[in-house]
Design a protein around this ligand. Structure first.
Ligand code: PEP
Ligand code: MN
Length: 344
């Protein structure tokens, strides 16, 4: 149920509505919209009788929410949510680009990569410090040292930082270093981790699980939102299908579906989506043409020697070309690229 408040509702009347929701044993969530506030309700098992609220002062309407992903749904909030990543607005007219290596490997590697992607106009530096790898014998990331190097690269370039959190144990360290906390595909349904980032007030990049439906992705986002953190960016990164020629199948369908069913911003990861370097640029163009709010791209100064995901990592010149081509698609879509940090 969504309780829509009158535009001129007083603070006291609003408080009384919130108190009534709590009194019934449910959790109220204030949802600020353009010119009006609404209150989403969670914690109920079945439908709630609107009679509980209709006659309260300041209430203009009670609307049933028909989908299980309530707080993240368009039904509850019509306007697009803009996620603020340390001053970089994600989800507005301007498209944002996150770029960097799959994993932080050394000071020299991350700094040269950060300088390169910043020079081409990226907004946010990506780089895994804690890597969830299929094989226990593969490079697991530089861990704390990787986080330090990301902070160094941020200080030097002005790029914001996105990095993956692998488990609740390392969440405090990751949250202290990251401007945007990434939940990887393998953790999309790690409900303890979703709840833990939901308790923070920091933006989260939530990647779709490799075998998760669009609805399951929205339900995972709902776990985070239900704890009070609505600063969520959804990420389509390819799903498992019968196709073996590519690493995954980038589900472009997910873009219009997520945009119409949710108010959250959607970014696309064509690197993991196709898994082949030469395919990343065309899929990046397609993602923007399909309505994505931004991209996350793997870039490495020397991809053939990368410790992870070298096959799908772009060289710096390839990334430069991608930015050039994507900005032309953005223009055709009536959007533009958010300028990167001013060089210092
Ligand atoms: C990554 O971003 O490097 C990564 C591990 O992605 P995913 O969780 O989508 O596989
Ligand atoms: Mn990767």
């Amino acid at each position: 149920m969504l309780i829509v408040l009158q535009q001129d509702v007083s603070k006291e009347a609003q408080e009384r509505v919130l108190a009534r929701v709590r009194e019934l044993g449910f959790t109220p969530h204030a949802i600020e919209g353009a010119g009006r506030t609404a209150i989403g309700i969670t914690g109920n098992k079945g439908a709630i009788d609107p009679g509980n609220f209709r006659l309260l002062e300041g209430v203009s309407d009670c609307i049933p929410v028909t989908v299980p992903y309530k707080l993240v749904s368009r039904e509850v909030r019509h306007q697009d949510t803009i996620v603020n990543v340390a001053g970089v607005a994600v989800g507005g007219r301007e498209l944002i680009v996150m770029a960097g290596p799959c994993a932080v490997e050394s000071e020299q590697q991350i700094l040269s990569c950060a300088r390169g992607v910043a020079a081409s106009g990226a907004n946010i530096l990506r780089g895994g410090a804690y890597k969830p790898r299929t094989s226990p014998y593969d490079f697991q990331g530089m861990k704390e040292k990787g986080l330090e190097l990301l902070s160094l690269a941020r200080a030097e370039t002005g790029l914001k930082v996105v990095t993956e959190v692998k488990d609740t144990e390392t969440l405090p360290a990751v949250a202290a270093s990251a401007d945007l906390i990434q939940i990887g595909a393998r953790n999309m349904q790690n409900f303890s981790l979703l709840e833990a980032v939901g308790d923070l007030r920091q933006p989260v990049l939530l990647k779709r699980g490799m075998s998760a439906t669009i609805k399951e992705l929205l339900m995972a986002a709902e776990y985070i939102a239900s704890r009070g953190n609505q600063q969520i960016i959804l990420c389509e990164r390819g799903i498992r299908t019968f196709e073996t020629m590519t690493r995954n199948t980038l589900d472009l369908n997910a873009i219009p579906m997520l945009k119409s069913h949710s108010h959250l911003p959607v970014v696309v990861d064509p690197s993991h989506g196709i898994g082949i370097r030469s395919g990343v640029l065309p899929m990046a163009r397609a993602a923007i043409a399909a309505g994505a709010d931004g991209l996350i791209i793997e870039v490495h100064p020397d991809p053939d020697r990368a410790l992870s995901d070298g096959m799908q990592s772009l060289t710096l010149p390839m990334f430069h070309e991608l930015m050039r081509e994507v900005s032309r698609i953005a223009e055709a879509m009536g959007r533009s690229m958010l300028p990167g940090p001013v060089p210092r």
